[in-house]
Design a protein around this ligand. Structure first.
Ligand SMILES: NC(=O)c1ccc[n+]([C@@H]2O[C@H](COP(=O)([O-])OP(=O)(O)OC[C@H]3O[C@@H](n4cnc5c(N)ncnc54)[C@H](O)[C@@H]3O)[C@@H](O)[C@H]2O)c1
Ligand SMILES: [Zn+2]
Length: 364
């Protein structure tokens, strides 16, 4: 089964193609680019997949060059971007050169940023290899690198010319990374799609076994949901895109306080969604059973639903700095029912503090 998700953005429209294998990617790229040169950006853990992409692009008459970076968030920096610019200069890249990201969100964000900025914009193709990149970071055109004082501070909107998702590549993804990606899938169910949520409850075994058909259905569903939001709010201007931040105000604080890299992003999002649901419960927006239903699902996928015993004042300090906080009051995306969330403004720190105490953080 193949499926295609169209992201309709006028002259920046593109297709997300889903199937089992990588080897059609060359033809797919050729259909979208007349370039002679393709630069693959990848990391050390996905070499094997990058080689397949390389062969397929070569078959489609691209001259292929490759940069293989160490893995890790630290690569999303200006120094590495500069290394890629240098390589493009050496290769005499021109306006038509195609940049191809083969990797997770780190590689996609970095290569996309370089594509967005080199020579005022090169065509960019995404070949995501983590579940998170497939369902989230490769859809929507946000690209960027980190500044030492803040994540994703330097960036752009740069839509790819296409996204090729081969579910096969997930076979090599470490279990913890895979489960972490599932947190974002649960998030889509909670914010937009009751049916997806039900499905995730029923298909735990198949999803954990990474069965190809259910996997492709699930990924396609998430891409469609994110594409719908992006189509309505491509550049984050109307607030529509904010629902995607469900669980993320808490998650960003957990990641920052834990020290980046200790908790994977999806793990922090899982615990963050539990806190957001508890907060909604505390504000009488929902009943206990919704908090529990979400928690049960997260636990079924072995995701954490409790933060560590972090310091509450420190967490609140990070939340105040989060761009979603305005003038001392906190704003959160909170659940109303499965498939519906809303932005709730003017939440008092006392309520947030109470929730954090409830889940075991400490008020030292
Ligand atoms: N642009 C967006 O809209 C957006 C959205 C969400 C997240 N992000 C960004 O995405 C990044 C996180 O992405 P990620 O979770 O994919 O992390 P990642 O890119 O660091 O990949 C996680 C790990 O898995 C390895 N890996 C990737 N694919 C593999 C495979 N198939 N087999 C074996 N190993 C594999 C990588 O080498 C790495 O060690 C963050 O920088 C975040 O800011 C961006
Ligand atoms: Zn996220």
């Amino acid at each position: 089964m193949n499926s295609e998700v169209r992201v309709a953005l006028g002259d920046r429209s593109y297709d997300i193609h889903l199937e089992k294998r990588l080897d059609g990617v060359g033809e797919f790229a050729r259909g979208r680019s007349s370039a002679s040169l393709a630069l693959i950006v990848t990391d050390e853990h996905v070499q094997q997949h990058a080689s397949e992409v390389c062969a397929s692009l070569a078959n489609a008459d691209f001259r292929v060059e490759q940069v293989t970076l160490p893995s890790g968030e630290e690569q999303k920096c200006l120094a590495t971007a500069e290394r890629l610019y240098d390589r493009l200069v050496d290769l005499r890249a021109d306006r038509r050169t195609l940049v191809v990201a083969v990797g997770g969100g780190v590689i996609g964000d970095l290569a996309g940023f370089v594509a967005a900025t080199y020579n005022r914009g090169l065509a960019f193709l995404q070949v995501p290899t983590t579940l998170l990149a497939m369902v989230d970071s490769s859809v929507g055109g946000k690209v960027g690198i980190n500044h030492r004082r803040g994540k994703n501070l330097i960036g752009a909107f740069h839509q790819p010319v296409g996204v090729w998702i081969a579910s096969n590549v997930l076979k090599t993804l470490p279990e913890r990374e895979y489960r972490s990606g599932l947190a974002e899938v649960v998030k889509y169910g909670m914010i937009l799609a009751p049916q997806l949520f039900d499905w995730l409850e029923q298909q735990v075994a198949a999803v954990l076994a990474r069965e190809p058909e259910p996997l492709r259905w699930m990924i396609a569903r998430c891409c469609r949901l994110k594409a719908d939001i992006v189509e309505q709010d491509e550049r984050e201007l109307t607030g529509r895109r904010a629902v995607l931040n469900y669980g993320h105000t808490f998650a960003h604080a957990f990641e920052a306080v834990a020290g980046y890299g200790q908790w994977l992003h999806g793990e922090a999002v899982a615990a963050g969604m539990d806190c957001a649901a508890r907060l909604a419960r505390r504000l009488n927006l929902i009943e206990d059973n919704l908090v529990e239903r979400q928690r049960r699902l997260l636990q079924a996928y072995s995701l954490p639903t409790r933060p560590d015993s972090w310091n509450i004042s420190e967490l609140l300090r990070v939340m105040r700095l989060d761009k979603k906080a305005e003038s001392g009051r906190l704003r959160f995306i909170l659940p109303y029912r499965v498939g519906e969330v809303r932005l709730v403004e003017q939440i008092s720190e006392e309520d947030v503090r109470a929730v954090l105490l409830e889940v075991g953080c400490v008020d030292a």
